[in-house]
Design a protein around this ligand. Structure first.
Ligand code: TXA
Ligand code: MG
Length: 331
C-alpha cells in the first residue's frame, strides 16, 4: 500500500471520508499528537486500528467528535461538573470518560462499560471530523510503544505502507496526549495527565482527584500499565538534582565511543553546558510541545539519550514527567 501525505483540502477530505466509510484508517492531526482514525461504529475498522499499530487488545481507544456533535447520543450520563468542564475546556486537549450508551462498537472500549470522548481543537481535526460526520476511534498514529507522532513525517516513519492517507496539519502545538479524565464518579479523576492540569480542573469545579495505580490493582485506564513513548535507542533518566551524574555518564559514554546526547530543558542546559544536547526549551508549554519531537530527533542521531528531568514537576510538567519516565523505562 502506498502512503501519501496530503494537505487538508476538499480533495483529501473527500478521499479520507471514502476510506473511513469503507472501513479503512486515516491519520489526522490534532492539537496534541497525530491520531489514526477509523469509524467507531464499525467493529472490523476498529479492530484493524489495533492491528496496524500492534496495540494490545485490552487498551481502549478514544472516540473523537467535532464540536457540533451531540455526545449524549454516545454516552448516557453527563454529571453537572462534566458539563462545566466541557464548556470551559472543549474543544481542546481534555478527554472525558463517561458511561457508554453502547452505540459505538464494543471493540472501541475493549468491553469496558465506559467510553472516552474527545473534541480536538485543531482546525484540521475539526474539518476532518465534520466532513466525515461519524464518531472516529483514534489512538495516537504510531507503532505501539514508540514515541507518539507530532508531525506527518513522524506518522509516515512508523506507518508507511500500512495506511494510505496521512492528512498533514503541520507540527502539533501541544505535543503530549490529552488529559484523560474519569467523569463517572462524584468528582472528576485524572487518569492520564496532560495540558489541562488537575489544578485547572479543580479550579473550575471545586475538586479533582488523581488516579495512582496500586501494586496488583487492575488498571482503571488500561493504557497505564504499558511501556510507552520509547525511542529506538538506549535511554537513561536522571533527576534535576542528579544532573552532574548525568554529565559524568555523558562524558564516560562519549569517551567510550558511544554517541550519547543529553535531553534537558533550557535551564538545565545553561547549568551544564554540554555540546551534544537535545534542548526542550524554556516554558512548560514549550517543553511539552518539543518532548516527542526531540525524542524522535534523538533516536536518529544518538546511541544513548540521557534525559535530565526538569526542576519543576507539577502542572503541565507532571504530564511531561509521566511520558519521560515511561520513555526511559526498562532499558
Ligand atoms: O491526545 C490524545 O488523546 C491522542 C490524540 C490522537 O487524540 N490520542 C491518544 O490515544 O493519546 P491513545 O490511544 O494513544 O491513548 C488513549 C488513552 C489510553 O491511556 C487508554 O487506556 C485511555 O485513553 N482510555 C481510552 N478509553 C478509556 C476508558 N473507557 N476508560 C479509561 N481510559 C480509557
Ligand atoms: Mg498512544
Amino acid at each position: 500500500m502506498d502512503t501519501q501525505i496530503l494537505p487538508v483540502d476538499g480533495r483529501s477530505l473527500e478521499l479520507s471520508k471514502k476510506i473511513i466509510c469503507e472501513g479503512g484508517a486515516v491519520a489526522f492531526p490534532t492539537e496534541t499528537v497525530y491520531g489514526l482514525g477509523a469509524n467507531a461504529l464499525d467493529t472490523a475498522a476498529v479492530e484493524n486500528i489495533f492491528k496496524i499499530k500492534g496495540r494490545p487488545s485490552d487498551n481502549p481507544l478514544i472516540v473523537h467528535v467535532h464540536s457540533g456533535f451531540d455526545i449524549s447520543a454516545l454516552v448516557d450520563y453527563v454529571p453537572d461538573y462534566a458539563k462545566r468542564l466541557a464548556e470551559k475546556f472543549l474543544p481542546g486537549p481534555l478527554t472525558m470518560v463517561y458511561k457508554s450508551k453502547g452505540k459505538v462498537s464494543a471493540a472501541v472500549s475493549c468491553g469496558l462499560e465506559t467510553l472516552a470522548v474527545r473534541v480536538p481543537s485543531h482546525d484540521s481535526a475539526q474539518k476532518f471530523l465534520k466532513y466525515v460526520g461519524l464518531p472516529i476511534a483514534a489512538p495516537s498514529a504510531n507503532i505501539s510503544k514508540h514515541v507518539s507522532p507530532v508531525t506527518a513525517e513522524h506518522v509516515f516513519a512508523d506507518l508507511n505502507g500500512r495506511i494510505s492517507v496521512i492528512l498533514d496539519g503541520g507540527k502539533c502545538s501541544g505535543g503530549i496526549e490529552s488529559t484523560v479524565l474519569d467523569c463517572t464518579g462524584d468528582i472528576p479523576v485524572v487518569l492520564r495527565s496532560g495540558l489541562i492540569t488537575r489544578r485547572m480542573i479543580a479550579e473550575t469545579v471545586g475538586d479533582c482527584g488523581e488516579y495512582v495505580m496500586k501494586e496488583g490493582e487492575k488498571a482503571r485506564s488500561p493504557g497505564m500499565k504499558y511501556k510507552h513513548y520509547s525511542p529506538d535507542c538506549d535511554t537513561l533518566l536522571f533527576s534535576f538534582e542528579e544532573r552532574e551524574e548525568a554529565v559524568a555518564k555523558y562524558r564516560a559514554l562519549n569517551g567510550q565511543g558511544n554517541n550519547a546526547y543529553i535531553l534537558c530543558d533550557d535551564e538545565t542546559f545553561r547549568l551544564i553546558g554540554v555540546e551534544k544536547v537535545l534542548n526542550l526549551g524554556e516554558s512548560a508549554e514549550e517543553i511539552a510541545s518539543n518532548l516527542y519531537l526531540k525524542l524522535r530527533e534523538g533516536e536518529k542521531i544518538a546511541q544513548t539519550i540521557i534525559a535530565i528531568a526538569p526542576r519543576e514537576q507539577s502542572g503541565i510538567m507532571a504530564g511531561v514527567m509521566n511520558r519521560l519516565a515511561k520513555a526511559c523505562k526498562g532499558q
